[in-house]
Design a protein around this ligand. Structure first.
Ligand code: MGD
Ligand code: MGD
Ligand code: MO
Length: 755
């Protein structure tokens, strides 16, 4: 069916005061009201006490690591919301689907869909039918397997993964898919930190961060590019708070003054709850959207100037000489860049940049953190390599208190990659699969997210299977993607909650409901890897939402058994025996030898990280590489705007918890466009007026209607909207060089009053 804007969209907004600090009493109240209302007091308490404890489950909220000395309540407001969403008492039974047709449901808002509760029974939408109906698990696996077996080529199947899937499920899943014969394994990473992986791989030989949580205890300076930790990684604020308290400097680089990086009160600091909180950010560089290459070059230019004044005191010459290549070219480039062009492209003044550069120059140890503000632009790989250039100039790699920290999104997105969820796997990994599992893994690279959409659109992708996530709403170009999905023969979603991807389907569709992190899985535990490469256990304690649910590993094993009845891999045994799965992983993936033993140690174990552990750089030349990137051209034509899409304080990606973006003071509605007041005046717009937004790319126009204008402290010609409401504007063919990550933070749009 065709995608259109849900009819049930809230049609009013309320803009109040912005918060002045993150955390505090409102955060405590908000977590309590979310969990108590949805989950009930007893279930709430027992689940909140188990979050991120060594004998509990990994919070499905984000991938920020847990400290060694854990407190009783190792969670945050938004973690509590994520758990309430999963542990909710509300349930979707089969009668729900007879009451509402797929068409009826498509009219409902994302918020409403989420409120209906947990999926409880496998369902099928038959060809030509208007409603989902019950199907047995057995029959569901038969239908899926026969559709897959009927394909002319295994590459006509596409297997998506979102980043909550455990290591065990992910490993089994990719094994089944490669046995089936394809590398079509697009994942949420393609839209998220893919640019970080590529940039870091080229520069330092590993696609992962090089810091541990302890490094935050000794860093002199922490720089945060394009990240909103107050909302998306609230537990990071605890690390920032203690850093700020001991005098570390925090530089924030963001077009928005995000409350969470400004001030914070830890909910545990009862005596401080009514006070002003801790000031986190020392200096905010409020750049324009995509001003990061410029501002980072400016910071490095400032470092060179400081070095001239105090030779040998600013740059780490020893590190540069011994471990790196390309510094000369980078320094020459910095000398050639004029301050005028840097200031113009960054959107902040030379004196502001130099002030921040002075802080960095004086710091012996520097950590660079970043998230989606850097990764979702055409020049995203360049953004990140500029960050790495700065860190390398400071020798900020492989020593305490220093390093690169890409802050991951989904709680196991990093682990999924480690387990082989990747469309472009490396030969040594495939060779190991062949040896260990008596197979011939395909060598040809598969589709990433953008290529998967294009393949389905072109009729080349015929079966779409999703292990979690919400492909339709998370991907760019919603209408185009909807059309792509609807051209397939079968779409299958392994899900915990109802979402829009269940409503825009192939000719047939199947929903396989699964257990979540918080739920008991026959007494077994799974394992996950956090943003800092620590692998640890996660065990659910709550009784499952329904007796019909199966775990993700079991779902994979049952489908694999249907696909390959006489396989060398004993799929039937594995579904009950995750230790055995971990043995398989240990025999296949470096760093996981002795997995079962190591992961049973309290807190788990750390994966090898050559740059961090020994300043070893596994790049082609064995060095850490500097890269020179040009300043991005200012591509915003006269009268148009550069749009970013961002998350509110009340959502997890496409899951909408509520309609309030508390820290930004926006209530009741999500169809908003945040604009600079001067730009509004120039266009004759006032707050609360409704406008239509239109993007034009490669000759194709895309449009969304009736967004409310909100006056906001954002640089001129820059606007912000929320993800996923603005995704129909993001062109499928607009993506980052090399990583193909959709440019969700750089979309050129025009704005006109709605008629
Ligand atoms: N509660 C909650 N937690 C989450 C999520 C969630 O939705 N809700 N999502 C999870 C996932 S998958 C991810 S990837 C992370 C995302 O975490 P973030 O990356 O923090 O998420 P975004 O809301 O996309 O925010 C990006 C930030 O970048 C800024 N920005 C936009 N454009 C630019 C730019 O050009 N330059 C710079 N320097 N900054 C820019 C925005 O103002 C915003 O502050 O969070 C994870 N955690
Ligand atoms: N415009 C714009 N688009 C973006 C972004 C942006 O910043 N701007 N960010 C991008 C980023 S960073 C990411 S990571 C992607 C996210 O893309 P996805 O990961 O595909 O999307 P989510 O919204 O996280 O998926 C939510 C669904 O996952 C299912 N789910 C939840 N828990 C589980 C579980 O334990 N198991 C299973 N099987 N299913 C589960 C539920 O059914 C829920 O509806 O979106 C990307 N899209
Ligand atoms: Mo993400």
């Amino acid at each position: 069916m065709k995608w259109k804007t849900p009819e049930e969209t809230p049609d009013d907004i309320d803009v109040g005061e912005k918060s002045t600090k993150a955390g505090g009493i409102p955060a405590v109240l908000s977590s309590m009201s979310h969990t108590f209302k949805k989950v009930g007091p007893l279930r709430s308490l027992s689940s909140l006490m188990k979050i991120n404890q060594t004998d509990g489950f990994d919070c499905p909220g984000c991938a920020w690591p847990e400290p060694k000395n854990r407190s009783v309540a190792e969670f945050c407001e938004n973690g509590a919301k994520a758990i309430a969403e999963e542990a909710t008492k509300a349930k979707i039974t089969s009668s729900f689907f007879s009451e509402y047709s797929v068409n009826d449901l498509a009219k409902k808002s994302d918020y409403w869909l989420g409120q209906q509760g947990r999926l409880t029974h496998p369902m099928i939408l038959k060809e030509g039918s208007s409603n989902y109906e019950m199907i047995s698990w057995d029959q569901a696996f038969k239908e899926i397997a026969s559709e897959l077996k009927a394909l002319d080529d295994p590459n006509e199947a596409i297997f998506y993964t979102s980043g909550r899937t455990s290591n065990e499920a992910a490993f089994l899943y990719q094994l089944m898919i490669r046995k089936f014969g394809t590398n079509n394994l697009p994942d949420c990473s393609n839209m998220c930190h893919e640019s970080s992986g590529i940039a870091m791989g080229e520069a330092i030989g590993i696609g992962k961060g090089t810091v541990t949580l302890e490094d935050f205890d000794s860093a002199d300076c922490i720089i945060i590019w394009g990240q909103n930790p107050g909302t998306n990684h609230p537990r990071m604020l605890t690390s920032l708070q203690s850093a700020a308290r001991r005098g570390a400097k925090i530089i924030t680089i963001n077009p928005l003054k995000e409350v969470g990086t400004d001030r914070f009160i830890h909910p545990k600091d009862v005596h401080l709850l009514l006070g002003g909180g801790t000031k986190l950010t020392t200096q905010l560089l409020q750049i324009r959207i995509n001003g990061d290459v410029a501002v980072t070059k400016g910071l490095m230019k400032g470092l060179l100037e400081a070095e001239e004044k105090a030779p040998g005191k600013v740059l780490d010459h020893e590190f540069i000489a011994k471990y790196t290549e390309g510094s000369h070219e980078v320094i020459e480039d910095l000398k050639k860049q004029s301050w005028d062009s840097i200031v113009e492209s960054a959107g902040v003044s030379k004196s502001e940049i130099l002030k921040a550069a002075t802080i960095i120059a004086k710091s012996k140890t520097v950590i660079g953190c970043w998230a989606m503000g850097l990764t979702q632009h055409r020049n995203a790989v360049g953004n990140i390599q500029e960050v790495l250039n700065l860190l390398l100039l400071k020798g900020a790699m492989g020593k305490p208190g220093a390093g690169a920290c890409p802050v991951r999104g989904h709680s196991n997105v990093q682990g999924d990659r480690t387990m082989g969820i990747w469309e472009a796997p490396k030969e040594p990994f495939l060779k190991k699969l062949d040896e260990n599992f008596k197979m011939k893994a395909p060598r040809e690279h598969g589709y990433n997210v953008v290529q998967a959409i294009e393949a389905m659109h072109a009729g080349k992708g015929k079966v779409f299977f999703a292990m979690g996530g919400n492909f339709l709403s998370a991907t760019p170009d919603t209408e185009y993607t909807a059309k792509a999905l609807s051209k397939t023969n079968l779409t299958v979603q392994v899900s915990t909650k109802l979402n829009r991807s269940h409503l825009v389907t192939g000719k047939r569709a199947i929903i396989l409901p699964c257990l979540g992190r918080t739920e008991r899985d026959l007494g077994q535990f799974v394992t996950v890897e956090n943003s800092m490469g620590i692998v640890h256990k996660s065990i659910g304690h709550l009784s499952p939402a329904s007796n019909f649910l199966k775990s993700e590993p079991e779902i994979v094993c049952l489908l694999a058994k249907e696909l390959f009845p006489d396989d060398f891999v004993k799929w039937d045994d594995l579904k009950m025996n995750y230790d055995e799965v971990r043995e398989m992983i240990g025999a296949t993936i470096p760093g996981f030898e002795g997995y079962n033993k190591k992961v049973r140690e309290p807190g788990g174990f750390s994966l090898p990280n050559p740059p961090r552990d020994s300043r070893t750089f596994e790049t082609e030349n064995g060095k850490a590489n500097f890269f020179v990137h040009p300043l991005p051209k200012d591509e915003v034509p006269e009268g148009k705007f550069m749009m970013m899409t961002t998350r509110t304080h009340d959502q997890f990606n496409t899951t909408v918890y509520g309609l309030e973006d508390r820290y930004r003071g926006i209530k009741l509605g999500r169809r908003v466009v945040l604009m600079n007041e001067e730009d509004m005046k120039e266009k004759g717009l006032v707050q609360g007026l409704q406008v239509d937004l239109e993007s034009e790319f490669n000759g194709k126009k895309r449009r969304v209607e009736r967004f409310f204008v909100v006056a906001y402290d954002i640089p001129r010609k820059c606007v912000a909207t929320y993800f996923p409401e603005a995704n129909p504007l993001i062109p499928v063919d607009s993506y980052a060089n090399k990583s193909m990550t959709p440019t969700s933070k750089s979309v050129i749009i025009s704005i006109e009053k709605s008629t």
